[in-house]
Design a binder for this molecule. Structure first.
Ligand code: ABU
Length: 426
């Protein structure tokens, strides 16, 4: 398995950035822990500089951030901070002392980590309301408001209390962006915590071309998850969560272990000890490789990197649109990120396909779903190509090609489409 190969279009984290790799080697040789400044002074300072820069990109003035072991843990930290803000007694008394049932809202296409967070925070997955999406996979703000009002009007024995809305910027399968501004307006109206899960789409914040439309209003969020190990090409793992309010991470999670976080350290300002801000104790150094990449590329380099990925993804979309041979059906013709979702159609089914942009009948979709899984196993057995597949709602299996490796060129896209046809032909 070589996930840096340009014919690997399988996962959201692809490629092998050489500067980041050099950073990872230095990190491994330093072999230190990120919980206190005294054992990782330079790395803690680099973390402060890079995370402040990322908050500036989001549009926060001040605030706080932390690196986490993956987007799910970043989202868990956001839910914990929101829970602390709205129900601070939970930290000491747990959720059983609450007079109401806290409720979270997220779109039906969002990442499963919002449910993981609800479960881990003791709120329960039954209290995550999945809001309907439109034909492009974006949360419908009117549906969100309807669900919030329904919760507020609930007349059961325990009142429901909406407190958290997750707005996904870059959904896992379609790459759709929920509309931030209208969702922020609803959160402001009902006094709810607004979290943006931009684990996947966050890299587009760095692009002048794509940022404005997809992230309008992002600075209004209370928290933002953004994974540099995805679109920015940093080596795994590198996930960040950003909070608008400074101090909330520390107040929410701090346990004051005296053997690590002595408050009478004479030789530096203890606020540089970051370990008590998070739910883990030991923390891997995920910053050096990102800092080194940022030094090497600069903002303009990252912008070119992101715009380049989008251009290759747009090329693949255009190729699929232009292909009238009946071999492919493009499920969403205007992807907002680098996710390209399609079916491969074998010769025997081509007569039942109206066009490469028209969804076939349900029975044909079921056939294509089965063929998708078979074709993936042919890919795995030949080892020439790797593209992920999944069902979504009541849509059977389809391919999701991801262009997040800058090594993928137009010739690789051409190869992928031809290879699908070679493997799928029978
Ligand atoms: N945590 C989301 C990653 C999913 C993917 O690579 O497809």
């Amino acid at each position: 398995m070589n996930q840096g190969h340009p014919h690997y279009l399988n996962q959201l984290s692809c490629g092998l950035d050489l500067v980041s790799l050099a950073g990872e080697w230095v990190t491994a040789s330093a072999n230190t822990n990120m919980f206190t400044y005294e054992i990782a002074p330079v790395f803690i300072l680099l973390e402060n500089v890079v995370l402040r820069k990322m908050r500036e990109v989001i549009g926060y003035k001040g605030g706080d951030s932390i690196l986490c072991p993956g987007g799910t843990v970043s989202n868990i930290n956001a839910v914990l901070c929101a829970r602390y803000k709205h129900f601070p007694e939970c930290k000491t008394k747990g959720v059983h002392g609450l007079p109401c049932q806290p409720v979270l809202f997220t779109s039906e296409h969002s990442h499963y980590s919002i449910k993981t967070a609800a479960s881990a925070a003791g709120l329960g997955t039954d209290n995550v309301v999945e809001v309907k999406t439109d034909a492009k996979g974006k949360m419908i703000p009117e549906e969100l408001e309807k669900q919030i009002v329904a919760c507020l009007n609930y007349e059961g024995p325990v009142k429901k209390k909406p407190f958290f809305v997750n707005c996904t910027c870059g959904t896992t399968v379609l790459g759709a962006f929920d509309p931030v501004e209208p969702i922020a307006n609803i959160c402001a109206k009902y006094g709810l915590w607004l979290h943006i899960d931009a684990a996947w789409g966050g890299g587009l914040l760095l692009s002048e071309k794509y940022r404005a439309e997809r992230f309008l209003g992002v600075e209004r969020a209370d928290s933002v998850t953004w994974n540099p190990h995805k679109l920015m090409g940093c080596l795994l793992q590198c996930s960040t969560v950003h909070l608008k309010e400074d101090g909330i991470l520390m107040n929410c999670n701090q346990m004051n272990a005296e053997y690590l976080f002595q408050d009478d350290k004479q030789y530096y300002d203890c606020r540089f000890d970051t370990g008590d801000k998070v739910i883990q104790c030991g923390r891997h150094n995920d910053i050096f490789k990102l800092w080194l990449m940022w030094r090497a590329k600069g903002m303009s380099g990252f912008r070119r990197h992101i715009d380049g990925l989008m251009a290759t993804a747009e090329y693949m979309t255009e190729q699929l649109k232009a292909d009238t041979s009946g071999r492919f059906v493009l499920l969403w013709p205007e992807p907002e990120c680098v996710n390209i979702c399609f079916w491969y159609v074998p010769t025997r089914l081509r007569s039942s396909i109206k066009s490469n942009l028209t969804w076939p009948s349900k029975p044909v979709q079921q056939d294509l779903g089965r063929i998708t899984a078979q074709l993936k196993s042919r890919m795995m057995n030949t080892g020439t190509l790797m593209i992920n597949y999944q069902p979504q709602g009541d849509t059977p299996n389809f391919f999701r090609a991801i262009i997040s490796n800058p090594a993928v060129g137009r010739d690789d896209v051409d190869f992928a489409l031809a290879e699908l046809d070679r493997l799928g032909h029978d």
